[in-house]
Ligand binder design. Structure first.
Ligand code: ADP
Ligand code: MG
Length: 587
């Protein structure tokens, strides 16, 4: 409520500002702030949502600026009319560069986009006929009365800012927005729940660039000229980035707040220190301060402080966390897509899988099958390659050799999200739910073109795993075992035929272990096949129809739980006496 009031007040203030304040220097500060704010909201889409920060954001901005300048120079007409072309040009740039840069993560992405900036700057400097070379290009002047000449720019930018804010707020609630947030939290995990990460990042990059192109186009007209060095500048990239980080990355209004503050700081800094290199120093210094002392930005810090103050004295959330979590019940309709009834083929067939890390053969000629409708256990000592085998089946890791068939189809070379779309779900040994998203958002995030991945379905699944009461809490505040249940619900969202569980009972309390066993049985009865890695022997021997034993990266034995317990080879390699009831657990 207070936020709405504050936003409405700020909007009103900006709407009447040029009408009330006629001083052109003051109008100039607000216009520059709006330029930075609209740009920062755009940068927030890739940076704040997807976690992809770059130092190349000045490029789409500059491409927009140059597009408007070049077209006004060579084709004539009002620069405002060329703005849609500016957006398309910047979007085109992002599509081209994004297709390459988005494959690099973290530092690689930063470096690639920075190289792109220098390349584009070089082209703008060299291509004299089109761009005017190092001297740049002038833009036509707006023939309005001097008293009102800032108005069109002010209102165009205000409209752009409002549009960008609206878009990014809507985006937050779309599949694309959820996907970008999931990528920020954990990109590999996102890929395993069906999110086509490359495509999502490219679309986010293009959207962000189109907004920046519009912003740059309006700015160029306002500034009256473009030149390569000031347009494609690292300082501008830095300012855009800093505005986002200062205000609060990933928040709706943080980038706007950051932009206005930064512009003020920049303005008074220039006045005091005479501009030039002082700006570099201010942007760089402030960035260090923000990253070190205000890592979440102003708005989230303020929010956290307010929440902490309010929470003092009231009962903490811990009581709730410890409260009993009961499964919602058996009403869940599982729509396991029954695989094509090809009786000759098992649901999963793995043949001769190999994967080495340096000299270590983690998976070494591993072959096995998982029959339709089974609960198959996969056991083996620590380091025998169980998790790596899961990674190879799920596609988060490439095999050096070998093949994987799902329902008779070879899935080698398919990306993780396509495997997820084909009905393959997996959870991770160390749970990888998205800590900063709510429990409900975590379960809404997965995507499959073949499954109903709606919010209603997510609530149904949360109810099924017994976590409905936690739907609006950030997932990071849940216990380890509860996060395992969230991961299970995420996987179920894909309507999987085969679910790989990596130590579902590891490190959680016994009551929750029983709960998970119950859920697995219930889901299996509804047609879902399981392959389960687990060290808890009573758990796995009780649940499984068949057990596979892995040792040093290959499948040593397979059979019913009873057969496995009797197998002397297996007992030697792994089980020991404790499991056959003939000895005592080692102290
Ligand atoms: P398990 O799940 O059966 O305990 P893992 O598949 O995790 O075994 O590991 C098998 C072996 O491969 C271990 O020796 C482990 O240290 C090694 N290993 C696993 N992942 C990597 C990696 N990403 N880089 C290097 N070594 C790895
Ligand atoms: Mg493991």
């Amino acid at each position: 409520m207070t936020r709405r009031l504050a936003v409405a007040a700020a909007g009103l203030l900006l709407a009447v500002f040029p009408l009330v304040v006629s001083n052109q220097a003051d109008q100039n500060i607000v216009i520059l702030s709006l330029v930075l704010a609209a740009g920062a909201v755009a940068v927030n889409i890739m940076g704040g949502y997807a976690g992809y920060y770059s130092f190349g954001e000045a490029v789409p901005f500059g491409v927009g600026a140059y597009t408007v300048a070049v077209l006004a120079e060579h084709a004539g007409g009002s620069p405002f009319l060329w703005l849609p072309v500016a957006a398309l040009a910047s979007g085109g740039y992002a599509l081209f560069v994004g297709a390459v840069a988005v494959r690099g993560r973290g530092h690689a992405f930063v470096v690639l986009t920075m190289v792109a900036l220098l390349l584009v700057q070089f082209v703008a400097t060299q291509w004299q006929d089109l761009t005017g070379g190092p001297a740049g290009l002038p833009l036509p002047t707006l023939g309005w009365d001097r008293d009102f000449q800032n108005w069109p720019f002010h209102y165009a930018l205000l409209a752009l800012l409002a549009g960008a804010l609206l878009l990014s707020a809507r985006l937050r609630r779309t599949r694309l927005g959820m996907g970008l947030l999931a990528i920020r939290e954990d990109e590999d995990k996102a890929a395993t729940i069906g999110i086509g990460t490359h495509a999502y990042k490219i679309v986010g990059f293009v959207l962000s660039a189109m907004l920046l192109g519009l912003d740059g186009g309006i700015y160029a007209y306002y500034a009256g000229f473009v030149d390569p060095v000031d347009t494609f500048s690292l300082v501008l990239s830095g300012q855009l980035l800093l505005a986002v980080l200062l205000g609060g990355a990933g928040t709706r209004y943080g980038p706007v707040l950051g932009a206005f503050l930064l512009e003020l700081i920049d303005y008074y800094g220039n006045q005091t220190f005479g501009g030039g290199n002082a700006r570099l120093f201010i942007v760089g210094g402030l960035m260090v301060v923000v990253v070190l002392f205000l890592p979440t930005g102003l708005l989230p810090s303020a929010r956290a402080w307010l929440r902490a103050r309010r929470a003092r004295g009231t009962a903490s959330a811990v009581g709730r966390r410890l409260a009993d979590v009961e499964p919602g019940g058996g009403a869940l309709v599982v729509r396991a897509r029954r695989a094509e009834p090809d009786a000759r083929e098992p649901l999963l067939r793995v043949e001769g899988l190999r994967r080495s890390f340096g000299g270590l053969r983690a998976v070494d000629g591993c072959s096995f099958e998982v029959p339709h409708g089974s609960i198959t256990g996969l056991i083996g000592p620590n380091g025998s390659g169980k998790t790596t085998t899961f990674n190879l089946i799920g596609g988060t890791m490439r095999a050096d050799a070998g093949h994987v068939w799902l329902s008779g189809e070879c899935i080698d070379g398919l990306p993780p999200w396509t495997r997820a779309h084909r009905g393959l779900g997996r959870t991770f040994q160390l749970t990888r739910s998205f800590a900063r998203l709510t429990v409900l958002e975590n379960v809404v995030a997965p995507y499959s073109p073949h499954a109903v991945t709606s919010a209603d379905r997510a609530e149904e699944l949360l109810d099924f795993v017994g976590l409905h009461g936690f739907r609006d809490q950030p997932c990071g505040s849940l216990s380890y075992g509860q996060r395992k249940l969230v991961e299970l619900a995420q996987v179920l969202m894909l309507d999987p035929t085969l679910v790989l569980l990596d130590e579902p009972a590891g490190g959680i309390n016994p009551r929750l272990v029983e709960r998970i066993a119950g859920l697995i049985l219930a889901l299996n009865q509804r047609g879902i096949t399981f392959l389960i890695v687990e060290h808890n022997m009573p758990f796995i021997l009780e649940l499984s129809d068949r057990v596979l034993v892995l040792a040093r990266g290959s499948c040593l034995a397979s059979g019913t739980p009873a057969e496995i317990q009797r197998d002397p080879l297996v007992r030697d390699a792994y089980l020991g006496d404790e499991l056959t009831g003939q000895g005592h657990p080692r102290p």
